[in-house]
Design a protein around this ligand. Structure first.
Ligand SMILES: [Zn+2]
Length: 475
């Protein structure tokens, strides 16, 4: 294995289409041996960041630490964590890229960033060589999902600052597939997408799970059955936990006639964000540890947790020269395992994906609740339709939780004949929520197509007292 850092990838390399792996030796390496590979890359990445950025120098000096002190992975686990807040503050103090940009601003090749819907936007400055490494990493991981040069990838997400779409595009291009960067978000675009998909029959899809379900719903309204008239054989997702929620995965696979639904994605800042990604066997996202090194730590002690436990991912770039993130504390929740996968890759996995972002979590009567747990129950219950929303209120001293869910059009037809069905479904959902979430949940069933749709990431949690008071009369 070539030890030069930063690594440069052979741009014309492609495996044989029959090969399961892109770099078989690296992907199936004995985990003990991989630790040595990772440590070398960590040391090189840290030395580089220390030399080029005031932020890391400041931070590590304050902790009495120099990159050369890191001689084992155990020592690396002690390097101070980097948080989103620090990055935001640093970019505010040193606009626009912050004091952790290691290249000159003139060498920035692409500028991306967060949308800023949940706070001040963060800007990513990506150098040209990093962009090529991102392309190579994504192509390699997409190969692992099962994509091949004869596939055509339909990209149904925004082409904007949002790096998800661009990351999928650059990976598809490097892999040698045809790309169909359709985008999303323009009025009338979904209806147009449906006609293009029906006529061009792309074999692969990238977007958010919410958008895939919305696209199918609009298609059916136009008299097109996506299970029969589309030809997606593989659909991969990021941006939302949905593709890692078993019931949502099943629903997408059924809706699209058996297309494989694949979960992926870490964070925009961590691009190549596909280093969390499922392989063709779909048993939870692999952590591609030799591209981005991921640890899972306890949310309070910040100690690395053993396999089988729950923790917060901490990400470290291993081959990034423009804006490296070192021990970036994601604030997500996942469990991890090192149990073998049928694909032969020896990377650990997140068997349930990333099922909660700390930002998404809410507390009702002392119970921590993630929207993904509510989604899992709804998607697994026959009769429940497409959209839902969660309404929380904390009035007086009691928290109240209301889930509004649409029933399906098929259910509507049956309920029209049997008036008791609606009440039954409501009671069943309330029982399931009580058992799983541990709190009383009021369920309100509404007709299909009542709740707002999204073409991007769904925002389904509403903390709105007035709306709650209004609804209460009808429960
Ligand atoms: Zn696998």
């Amino acid at each position: 294995m070539d030890d030069t850092w930063p690594p440069r990838y052979e741009e014309t390399y492609l495996p044989d289409p029959k090969d399961r792996h892109w770099f078989r030796d690296r992907e199936t390496l004995d985990p003990e041996d991989r630790q040595g590979v990772i440590l070398k890359k960590i040391r090189a990445q840290m030395a580089y960041a220390y030399q080029h950025t005031p932020l890391y120098r400041r931070k590590w000096k304050a902790a009495g630490l120099e990159p050369d002190d890191i001689k084992t992975l155990q020592e690396f686990h002690k390097v101070p964590l980097l948080t989103k807040q620090e990055i935001r503050q640093d970019q505010q103090d040193h606009p626009p890229f912050g004091s952790y940009l290691c290249i000159s601003p003139g060498d920035v090749h692409r500028i991306h960033g967060t949308s800023g819907t949940t706070g001040k936007p963060t800007v990513y400055g990506i150098g040209r060589e990093d962009w090529r490494r991102i392309a190579n990493a994504h192509a390699r991981i997409m190969w692992g999902m099962g994509l091949r040069p004869d596939d055509t990838l339909f990209i149904g997400s925004f082409f904007s600052l949002y790096i998800g779409s661009w990351g999928a595009l650059v990976g598809a291009e490097r892999l040698g597939m045809a790309s169909f960067p359709f985008g999303a978000g323009v009025p009338g675009q979904t209806a147009m997408a449906i006609r293009w998909i029906r006529d061009l029959k792309p074999t692969a899809f990238y977007g958010t799970p919410s958008y895939a379900l919305y696209l199918a719903e609009v298609a059916r309204k136009e008299g097109i059955d996506p299970a029969r008239e589309f030809r997606f054989r593989l659909m991969f997702f990021s941006g939302e936990p949905g593709a890692g929620i078993p019931a949502t995965k099943r629903r997408i696979e059924e809706t699209y006639g058996g297309a494989a639904c694949i979960d992926s994605g870490s964070m925009g800042e961590m691009t190549p964000w596909m280093t969390n990604a499922e392989c063709e066997f779909r048993r939870g996202m692999h952590l591609w540890q030799d591209i981005v090194f991921t640890e899972l730590v306890h949310p309070e002690s910040h100690e690395v947790v053993p396999y089988g436990s729950e923790g917060v991912p901490v990400y470290t770039h291993l081959e990034r020269t423009s804006q490296p993130m070192i021990r970036y504390y994601a604030g997500d929740l996942a469990t991890w395992t090192d149990e073998p996968c049928e694909c032969g890759r020896t990377y650990p996995r997140l068997p349930r994906g990333i099922y909660g972002r700390v930002d998404d979590m809410f507390i009702v009567r002392g119970e921590n609740i993630y929207p993904s747990a509510i989604e899992e129950i709804l998607r697994a219950t026959p009769g429940v339709g497409q959209e839902f929303r969660i309404i929380i209120s904390r009035e007086e001293s009691m928290d109240e939780l209301v889930v509004q869910a649409e029933y399906s059009p098929e259910f509507a037809a049956r309920a029209a004949r049997d008036g008791g069905l609606l009440r039954q479904l409501q009671g069943e959902l309330e029982r399931r929520f009580k058992t799983t979430l541990g709190v009383r949940t009021a369920v309100q069933l509404v007709a299909p197509d009542t709740l707002p749709r999204t073409e991007f990431k769904a925002r389904r949690v509403i903390d709105n007292r007035n709306l709650f008071t209004e609804l209460r009369g009808t429960l």
